[in-house]
Design a protein. Sequence first.
Length: 307
Amino acid sequence: MELINKNFIVTDSDVKKFQKEGFLLLKGIYSQEFVETIKAKIDSDITAPSDKYQAGFSRIAFDLFEGDETISSLMTEKKFREIMNKLSGKELLYTQGLGFELKKNDSKGFPWHIGTQSFGYQRAEDFGCTIWTPLVSIDNTKQQGGMAYVPKSKISGEFLYDDVDPVVFEMTQKKIEANEEISLEEFVHLRDGPLNDEAMKKILDFYAVQDDFELGDALIFDKHVIHRSVFLKDGEIEARAAFVMRFVCSESKYDKKRALNLEIPRKHFNYKGPTRFHLDVCDEENDLIKNSKLFKDDIKTRTLSIN
Ligand SMILES: O=C(O)CCC(=O)C(=O)O
Ligand SMILES: [Fe+2]
């Protein structure tokens, strides 16, 4: 099967744009066959969310398509590796596949956020990025249902990894230890508020970009890009699923404290997280993520080396 379209190219100005803004529309990157294959497979793998944070979706999945042949073929395809290497300027490591589904007229998806969960096992300074692929076409003049994202040259989400996330979890832990009253709603507000309280939301909405997508198009965005789901309005399309792949720089190291932080609210409020990946991927602070026991059988496939 042809996975990447033969005609797809990354220009030097694409690279510049991606480096500056943190995201890039990959117009027609995938073959129709690839998209159809993923679309058919994803349907049986995504399920109703368990976690408060994923409740905005009708169905989700983390750690999707482990060992899947189509994904392995994509990761080992020369052209795909060259594209990823050229855009990021780095050797990348494929970490996780995810699925998110919005049901029309119903699912809110995620408000403005960064990858607190998906990049929450990696040091703040290490590079990470996502390829987001919608499995229906997205028309912003009609039903919408895509994503909105803010150029990091305007507002970067770096301060959330560096400052806000660590203190929100620390503050929650301290309140719990001091037996102070903290409700789940309050925690959710501490986590979502910095990007979604009134003035910040207004600023982000003002600078937001929303692309249209045809089948075969995808969006690459790095972990500093602040983004949100866009509501799927009434219309012909019943639901919008998206397939998501996460990548980290192959020299990334484990941030154990950040990973364990994610468990603080889950333990206290007694709800289940969507994945154990951040807990199982490494054991010790600063372990190289590429040496993970989770990757021991397929590290060559996951490492997008171009040599
Ligand atoms: O598909 C969506 O609406 C959200 C996806 C997202 O936030 C992500 O891939 O990081
Ligand atoms: Fe996200």
